[in-house]
Each structure stands twice: as structure tokens, then as C-alpha cells.
Ligand binder design. Structure first.
Ligand code: T3D
Length: 262
């Protein structure tokens, strides 16, 4: 828990909440560092088996804090853009390589790096009132925070280029149609829906989930033979897990498996 990011852990679910509601959870450096630390904490805690990323107040996050950005830009572009390597890249790596499922509870507007953080999660639950805007080109920038990697995977190249170049605001229902949202719910139900999904995932085969993420992350850029070799190596790793034995025994005994995440 810090001034700008809350960390709560209940029943194997870590909830990380960006908590600058007065600034629509704009990401200044202090917030980015706190977020990076919170995600590292969730990643490093073997008892955490699912993570929820949320925003406090009416926004998920409006991305880079443009007030701080202007101050830094006034010093030098070097100073302003150091944050990409120092903060945004580690944040996206933490989410995409987290060895447990991560759910974005998108309670409200998500823009720029805020939207990109949601895209780096494994699931996105959107409030039906949420809007998304890639925003980068709107302020004369290219994509960062992994948007050039996640977006085409989620929606394909043609839609990705449209979303990035036109910077148009899209509604939650458009996001659902495009494949950017897994589901949309009334605003007051976002936290519950995210928590319900997290509870279900936290009771699942965590080692297998980590391998599914790893396989999908590299499959798009591998030739089929290499993708098959990767699947086979991962399957061997997962095959040694206690959860695999438990599930096979449970199936053959006609009982329900009790996954422990190991
Ligand atoms: O080195 C680097 O920094 C590169 C990294 C870049 C990563 C990025 O994220 S780039 C993209 C940055 N984000 C944006 O460009 C989004 C800017 N915001 C907006 O376009 C709109 O605010 C929204 C579409 C997100 C929401 O619109 P709306 O009508 O709901 O709210 P609003 O009235 O525009 O904003 C409310 C307040 O939040 C307002 O402050 P005020 O007037 O009440 O004092 C506004 O200035 C402030 N705000 C919104 N976004 C930001 C922000 N303040 C600082 N930074 C923001 N990103």
C-alpha cells in the first residue's frame, strides 16, 4: 500500500488498485514506481494465484500524467521519455509474464498507457459506461506500453492501426465487439465480476495457466515447428505438476479436482 497504489490480498487474489482518483489515475512517476512494486509483490508471492488490476474512482487510468510529462519535456525529451524504459516497459513485462492470470477491472475511462496496461492483462472486464482511447497519436506520439504488441494480437493489424492512428474514443460495446473486452457489466458490478473471475482462476491449475500465457506470447512469431517444440517443452513442465496428477486421478475417480497451484 502506498499513497498512489493500493495492494490487497484476500483468498489468493491480489488486487492492485491505481489510486489517484482526483487525477483520473494519471500515471506520474511515483504512481508508476508504486505500481511496478505492487506487481512485483504479486508475482513473487506463491500464495497469490490471480491478480486484479483496477482503478479508483471514475477512471481506470488516463495514461501518462501529461502535467508531469510537460515539466520533464521542458527539461529534455531524454528526461521525459526515460520513463518508457524505466517504468512502462517493466510494467508491461510484469503483466504479460506474470505466472498467474491477471484481470483488468476497467471501471471507467482508459486512455494511452492506461488502456495499454489493460491490454497487457489476460482478461478485461469493462463497465458498460467505460470508454477507451489509444490517445498516443492524439498527443503526437507513437505507441508505447506494449500497445503495438498487444493490440494486433487482440484485434488484428487493420483494427490496431485504426485505433492507434485515429485515436477515436470507443465505447465498451464497441470494445466487446472488437475483442478488446471479455465482458461488459454495469459499472457497479465491475469489481464483483472481476473478483468472481479471479476466484475461479485462483482455484485453477496455476502452473498450466502460466504455460498457456507463455505459449501464446511467443506462438505468433514462431514458425510452426518451433511453436510445437515450445508446446512440447511446456507440456512436459506442466505435466510434472501436482495439479496435473490430481486432475487425472480426479477424472478417473469421477471426482472434482482440487488444484493447489503447484
Ligand atoms: O514519456 C512519456 O510520457 C511517454 C508515455 C506516454 C504514455 C501515454 O499514456 S500517452 C497518452 C496520455 N493520455 C492522454 O493523452 C489522455 C488525455 N486525456 C483525455 O484525452 C481525456 O481526459 C479523456 C478522454 C481520457 C477523458 O475525458 P473526460 O472528458 O472524461 O475528462 P476530462 O475533462 O478531459 O479530464 C478530467 C481531468 O483530468 C482534467 O483536469 P481538470 O481540467 O479537471 O483539472 C484533465 O486535464 C485531467 N486529465 C485527463 N487526462 C490526463 C489529465 N491530467 C493529466 N494527464 C492526463 N493524461
Amino acid at each position: 500500500m502506498t499513497e498512489f497504489v493500493r495492494y490487497e490480498c484476500v483468498d489468493a487474489i491480489a488486487t492492485v488498485t491505481i489510486d489517484r482518483p482526483a487525477a483520473l489515475n494519471a500515471l506520474d512517476n511515483a504512481t508508476k514506481v508504486a505500481l511496478r512494486n505492487a506487481l512485483a509483490r504479486a508475482a513473487g508471492d506463491a500464495d497469490v494465484r490471480a491478480v486484479v488490476l483496477a482503478g479508483a474512482g471514475r477512471a481506470f487510468s488516463v495514461g501518462q500524467d501529461l502535467r508531469q510529462h510537460r515539466e520533464q519535456l521542458n527539461r529534455s525529451a531524454q528526461a521525459a521519455f526515460a520513463t518508457v524504459a524505466e517504468h512502462y516497459n517493466p510494467l508491461v513485462m510484469a503483466l504479460t509474464t506474470m505466472r498467474k492470470p491477471v484481470i483488468a477491472a476497467v471501471n471507467g475511462v482508459a486512455a494511452g498507457a492506461g488502456a495499454a496496461l489493460a491490454f497487457a492483462c489476460d482478461f478485461r472486464i469493462l463497465a458498460e459506461t467505460t470508454t477507451l482511447n489509444l490517445a498516443f497519436a492524439g498527443i503526437g506520439l507513437a505507441a508505447d506500453s506494449g500497445a503495438s504488441w498487444t493490440l494486433p494480437r487482440l484485434v488484428g493489424h487493420a483494427r490496431a492501426i485504426e485505433l492507434l492512428m485515429l485515436s477515436e474514443t470507443i465505447s465498451a460495446s464497441q470494445a466487446l465487439e472488437l475483442g478488446l473486452a471479455n465482458r461488459i457489466v454495469p459499472a457497479e458490478d465491475v469489481a464483483t465480476a472481476a473478483n468472481d473471475l479471479a476466484r475461479r482462476l485462483a482455484a485453477g491449475p496455476t502452473v498450466a495457466f502460466a504455460a498457456i500465457k507463455e505459449a501464446l506470447a511467443c506462438s505468433a512469431t514462431l514458425p510452426i515447428a518451433s511453436a510445437l517444440a515450445k508446446e512440447s517443452a511446456l507440456q512436459l513442465r506442466v505435466g510434472k505438476s501436482a495439479d496435473h496428477r490430481e486432475a487425472v486421478d480426479a477424472f478417473l475417480n469421477k471426482t472434482q479436482p482440487r488444484f493447489t497451484g503447484r
